[in-house]
Write a protein of this length. Structure first.
Length: 241
């Protein structure tokens, strides 16, 4: 794969979505051992948890080196987070902008909780690297996706664990089109096909409709973001070719 592999163990926050799957491929290029963690927090689009095993199996089949490096998968139950979150991702309610200027799909503290639990798991598993798909370029204004938030959590985890913890966010400064392009750079057309066909982004959990960019309702903010990103990706590739 053309990269020097670090002897470190990395723990990837792997939801089953497009971004986290690309981050998993990114980590498998770089680290000798990679484990994955997902979170069941009562999300409305719980289908993302159901696609995870198939994605992992297909990634193992795609590359023997990836199969050798890919270790344990963990799913942590965090239903309390969903219970205290009155949001469109944890309740059957219409997706809209809230009074405070953020979309009501924002789950307060979600990424902070995820990183805290991932840090605790990483400590037990001997991993010093966390890999996560937060991004400031194409995002919905979620404050816990910002680079400053992630840097603050990295410092807090390192201090609280009394161990250097690094949070890698390879997508932080690229848009959704760039994420599709990165998938192709990492694993060629076969990995890109996995990202398109197997990952799930739709907030409504709809996998009944297949589009060029993958499955989803085609109307929710996550689907629109993914569709627009794919269109830009295809346009950029056509200009390049």
């Amino acid at each position: 794969m053309g990269l020097n592999v670090s002897p470190d163990t990395a723990l990837v926050l792997f939801s089953g979505g497009q971004d986290s799957t690309v981050c998993l491929g990114w980590a498998l290029q770089r680290f000798a051992r990679v484990e994955t963690v997902g979170f069941d927090y009562g999300q409305r689009h719980r289908v993302e948890l159901e696609v995870r095993p198939r994605i992992l199996a297909e990634m193992k089949s795609l590359d023997a080196g990836w199969a050798a490096r890919l270790g344990n998968d963990h799913v942590l139950p965090l239903q309390t987070l969903g219970a205290v979150s009155e949001t469109a991702l944890t309740r059957d309610t219409e997706i809209a902008m809230a009074e405070h200027g953020l979309p009501n799909t924002f789950v307060p503290g979600r990424n902070l909780v995820f990183l805290a639990f991932a840090g605790a798991l990483a400590y037990r598993r001997g991993a010093r690297r966390l890999v996560a798909g937060m991004c400031e370029t194409d995002y919905s204004g979620y404050p816990d996706c910002r680079d400053d938030t992630i840097k603050a959590m990295q410092l807090a985890l390192s201090l609280g664990m009394d161990r250097r913890i690094v949070i890698d966010t390879p997508l932080m400064w690229i848009d959704k089109a760039g994420t599709f392009a990165l998938a192709e750079d990492i694993g060629g057309k076969k990995f890109l096909d996995i990202v398109i066909a197997e990952t799930h982004s739709c907030y409504l959990g709809d996998r009944s409709r297949r589009h060029d960019w993958g499955y989803g309702c085609g109307e929710c903010p996550a689907c629109r973001l993914r569709a627009e990103g794919y269109a830009r990706f295809v346009g950029r590739r056509e200009k390049r070719d």
